[in-house]
Design a protein around this ligand. Structure first.
Ligand code: ATP
Length: 199
């Protein structure tokens, strides 16, 4: 069973993923996988070279990430095209990874699980949410970036409310209740659902 774990920037999804990991659940981190794949997936490199040109690869055939970031920063059409290549590459990598796992269910953690449509390949989705101001302050503290920068990134993602509406499970990381307890309840439910599935 594939369980998606998502939430906007600073919602606490990585913190929540760590709790699931403590329970023995295998976690796939889509964001770091995307970065790794850019250096290892030859098919993706070839596709990016066709889209952007030879300059996208350096002399060691590694993606020139600062160059690519600069190009897509203010070009939403190019960003969409690049994402259209990266998301399927992550999908291929995830499929290979899942085949090597034997936990009752696996978690695919992704900041933009809904935005990228990756949720469609998940059996269940857990959304982590927290009040906007709390998220901004946590990210400013964690990453040392400005309020404006956090707000800019937030504006590029779907609002939490939309994700919460579509979620199968919601974790409220607003300090009003223990996230460990919330994870335990969801974990028990997911285990019982995976037990009752016909494999
Ligand atoms: P991003 O999408 O930016 O990677 P995220 O959703 O994965 O963010 P985390 O990295 O888990 O969020 O949390 C953001 C910051 O807030 C981290 O520094 C984390 O330690 C802190 N944080 C998360 N949850 C809590 C909490 N309940 N209490 C205090 N700090 C928290």
């Amino acid at each position: 069973m594939i369980v998606g774990l998502t939430g906007g920037i600073g919602s606490g999804k990585t913190t929540v993923a760590k709790i699931f990991a403590h329970l023995g659940i295998a976690i796939y981190d889509s964001d770091s996988a995307a970065k790794r794949i850019m250096d290892t997936d030859d098919e993706l490199k070839d596709q990016l070279q066709t889209l952007i040109g030879t300059d996208v690869l350096d002399e060691n055939r590694l993606i020139n990430k600062p160059f690519l970031a600069k190009l897509i920063f203010n070009d939403d059409t190019l960003l969409a095209k690049v994402n259209g290549l990266i998301h399927p590459a992550v999908g291929r990598d995830f499929k290979n990874w899942v085949a090597t796992q034997d936990s009752k269910y696996v978690i695919k953690e992704a900041a933009i699980l809904y935005e990228s449509q990756a949720y469609k390949a998940c059996d269940k989705v857990v959304v982590v949410t927290a009040p906007q101001e709390m998220r901004i302050e946590r990210v400013m503290k964690r990453s040392g970036i400005s309020r404006e920068e956090v707000e800019d990134r937030m504006a590029k993602q779907w609002p939490d409310e939309k994700k919460v509406e579509l979620a199968d499970y919601v974790i409220y990381n607003d300090q009003s209740k223990s996230i460990i307890k919330q994870v335990l309840v969801i974990h028990e439910d997911l285990i019982s659902q995976s037990n009752s599935r016909i494999r």
